[in-house]
Design a protein around this ligand. Structure first.
Ligand SMILES: C[S@@+](CC[C@H](N)C(=O)[O-])C[C@H]1O[C@@H](n2cnc3c(N)ncnc32)[C@H](O)[C@@H]1O
Length: 407
């Protein structure tokens, strides 16, 4: 069976301008079934099998290491060396890699089939949307090697590839793929994920904050930018990325969601905004994908473009200084098998030192975990943001690690 799964907004061309662009490209029955299978496979790998693998480590691998060396593994690399020959790790790792590839494969036919419709929608919107958001592309932007040379997290074509005029394929692929990636876990629900959590934490931790301009670095298709604008009405969004197909798609999403966002294709290491422009500068899942040298430049740019009193906040993987050797090994899997070569080096950084070196004052630095707003009751979320109770342990979207500083 291969019928298109239709929604009310999909059936009438006249309703397209009002419908969310994500809804223009519906999966067929069989595509949806395959996507749901992949989500459940990922859940099996990332939750059930990952839990069992920890037991294998605690019960067999760590005791064998201890018997040989007279001590426990000191860091993630030693755990990795001890785990590499283990049959459970090998099976888990192979399955995780396969599930990652299948994530993208499960949405590629949906993207390809719907591409003309998506491109037509973007062309219809043009560079300015109804609510005043804009799209500024730079065909001369230099695509960094870490993006052009590798398909990061195995996504075919990575963030920048363009297959035709006004292409949005990579934007659609990323948006639908990450939904398959996360929907078996706690990564995305109707209450939103990362930005919905950080924005609410900001509102609780800094009740005086009334941001008028917020910049998201490495914004991809805007999923973790738009929720800030819902929490802070009247705030204008700015999103920077190097991928033109991502930004076209993000701009169309902003149009159909009614958000005023100015998207711009440029490198976060050298922004073209004047000094002291923004009240908040944020990013999510971004810094671990770029070289440490670039991270340092980005932090300096954050300091420069923030207004005095403005806040920089990045959601990231927790640094290895905060995770035990096993969890460091577990998190760093992506550096070896998921085309994310800068992952482990980012996690090894002393973030406080880096933030201070970018110009921020020592007492302005913060680093903490906040709960995923999607997965805990409001009272628990608020108590945790106020520091009255601890956020859940990191992993599979239970909580987010954030760090930053106030200028
Ligand atoms: C993992 S994605 C970020 C995901 C997104 N923030 C979210 O939460 O949905 C990393 C993004 O950074 C962008 N990127 C990579 N290097 C960049 C650079 N030097 N400057 C700006 N954007 C960059 C990529 O194109 C990609 O969209």
């Amino acid at each position: 069976m291969n019928a298109v799964v239709s929604s009310a907004s999909d059936s009438d061309e006249s309703t397209h301008s009002a419908s969310r662009i994500d809804e223009l490209a519906q999966p067929t029955h069989d595509e949806l079934a395959r996507q749901q299978f992949v989500s459940m496979l990922r859940k099996r790998v990332m939750v059930d099998m990952a839990g069992k693998m920890r037991q294998v480590y605690d019960g067999e691998v760590e005791p064998a290491f201890r018997a040989e060396k007279g001590r426990a593994p000191a860091d993630g690399r030693e755990v990795r060396r001890a785990m590499l020959p283990n049959p459970y790790f090998k099976a888990w790792s192979a399955l995780r890699y396969t599930a990652q590839e299948m994530t993208w494969w499960s949405v590629l036919p949906q993207v390809e089939r719907n591409l003309p419709k998506l491109v037509a929608r973007v062309q219809q919107i043009g560079p300015r949307n109804r609510v005043g958001g804009t799209l500024r592309l730079d065909p001369d932007v230099e695509i960094p090697r870490e993006v052009s040379e590798l398909d990061i997290h195995l996504m075919p074509g990575c963030y920048h590839t363009e297959h035709g005029a006004d292409d949005v394929a990579q934007g659609a692929l990323y948006t639908y793929g990450t939904s398959v990636f996360g929907s078996g876990l706690k990564l995305a629900t109707w209450r939103g994920g990362v930005a919905a959590s950080i924005a609410r934490w900001l509102a609780i931790a800094h009740p005086e904050l009334r941001p008028l301009k917020l910049l998201d670095l490495g914004c991809t298709t805007g999923s973790n930018l738009f929720p800030y604008l819902e929490v802070f009405p009247g705030c204008e969004g700015y999103g920077v990325d190097i991928g033109a197909p991502l930004l076209r798609y993000a701009h169309a999403r902003a149009e159909t969601l009614g958000h005023k966002v100015h998207f711009s294709q440029q490198r976060a290491e050298k922004l073209d905004y004047p000094d002291a422009t923004f009240d908040v500068v944020c990013s999510s899942f971004f810094l671990h994908e770029i070289p440490v040298k670039s991270t340092r430049q980005v932090l300096r740019e954050c300091y420069r473009v923030l207004k005095p009193g403005g806040i920089m906040v990045h959601m990231e993987l927790p640094p290895s200084s905060e995770t035990d050797p096993y969890y460091t090994f577990y998190l760093d899997w992506d550096a070896y098998y998921n085309n994310e070569p800068h992952y482990a080096a980012f996690r090894a950084l002393d973030l406080r030192k880096e933030v201070l070196a970018a110009g921020f004052a020592g007492d302005a630095y913060f680093a903490r975990r906040i709960p995923n707003y999607s997965t805990v009751p409001d009272e628990q979320f608020e108590a945790s943001c106020r520091g009255e109770i601890e956020a859940p342990k990191h992993g599979n979207g239970a909580s987010w690690f954030i760090f930053g500083a106030r200028k």
